[in-house]
Design a protein around this ligand. Structure first.
Ligand SMILES: C[S@@+](CC[C@H](N)C(=O)[O-])C[C@H]1O[C@@H](n2cnc3c(N)ncnc32)[C@H](O)[C@@H]1O
Length: 234
């Protein structure tokens, strides 16, 4: 499958980025600062995503039944070590009223309880009358634009974890961000295994909202094998 999703990192406006920084301060949230090792790995994977979409050591493959596509470590690749960056989860950043989310199978809400000034509500929520205490949530949506992380499926026992981080000033040419959603290897990922993450935070917000139970997927439920033609192991 050719990878048309080639967005290394999320898209925001300076206006929204400033608003996010302000809200992080007001809510006294402290997202950990990405280390130099993490920044270096983000830089490397961003370059690969920009160039070819999917780095060579990964495979995007259609799964049986209604599961759609999934991301696998190539059967001939080296293991991915625990703690390595998989990639930033990229997409379009926007704001939406907290209790009125528009459903997207590809969206995160990395931050809630946001308060907006009058002119900000007019911009992000033009249909509603201004209400100073209405809460908004930050939405990171990869429905229309994103990268291969949007194809990573859900597991209750994942080998990938999600971290909300701050991208500090750096000399690598990476744009600063008050909040970035980054996928890391939670444990060693072995060749052929599927990359899987848990979509659920504290609440049962993803599958609960969809009203379905996820298929019990584990890193070795479907394993890729083969040299020339890559197939699932039987
Ligand atoms: C972020 S996408 C993952 C990529 C998706 N398979 C695709 O081809 O676009 C999330 C969607 O994938 C499917 N999915 C992911 N994990 C699943 C699981 N464990 N059981 C059932 N469906 C799953 C669901 O349709 C879900 O809404």
């Amino acid at each position: 499958m050719s990878m048309k999703f080639k967005l290394p990192r999320h898209v925001s406006s300076d206006y929204l980025t400033r608003l996010i920084s302000r809200e992080i301060k007001r809510q006294e949230l402290a997202f950990p600062k990405a280390s130099l090792k993490t920044l270096t790995e983000i830089k490397e994977i961003s370059n690969a995503i920009e160039k070819m979409g999917l780095p060579k050591y990964l495979v995007c493959k259609k799964l049986p039944s209604k599961l759609g596509f999934g991301i696998f470590l190539h059967p001939q690749a080296k293991p991915i070590l625990r703690g390595s960056v998989i990639a930033p989860y990229s997409g379009i950043l926007s704001l939406e009223p907290e209790n009125d989310p528009e459903d997207s199978d590809y969206a995160f809400a990395p931050m809630g309880e946001m308060l907006l000034h009058k002119e900000e509500q007019a911009l992000f929520d033009p249909k509603r009358k201004f209400h100073s205490r209405r809460h908004y949530a930050l939405k990171l949506d990869a429905a229309k634009n994103g990268n291969f992380t949007r194809f990573i499926n859900h597991s209750d026992e994942p080998n990938v974890r999600i971290e909300y981080m701050r991208i500090p000033k750096n000399s690598l040419g990476l744009a600063v961000a008050p909040l970035e959603v980054i996928y890391f290897a939670k444990k060693t990922i072995h060749p052929g295994e599927q990359l899987l993450v848990s979509y659920e935070g504290d609440e049962n917000s993803y599958w609960g909202a969809m009203g379905i139970k996820p298929y019990p997927l584990f890193p070795k439920t479907f394993v890729l094998q083969g040299k020339s033609k890559i197939e699932f192991r039987r």
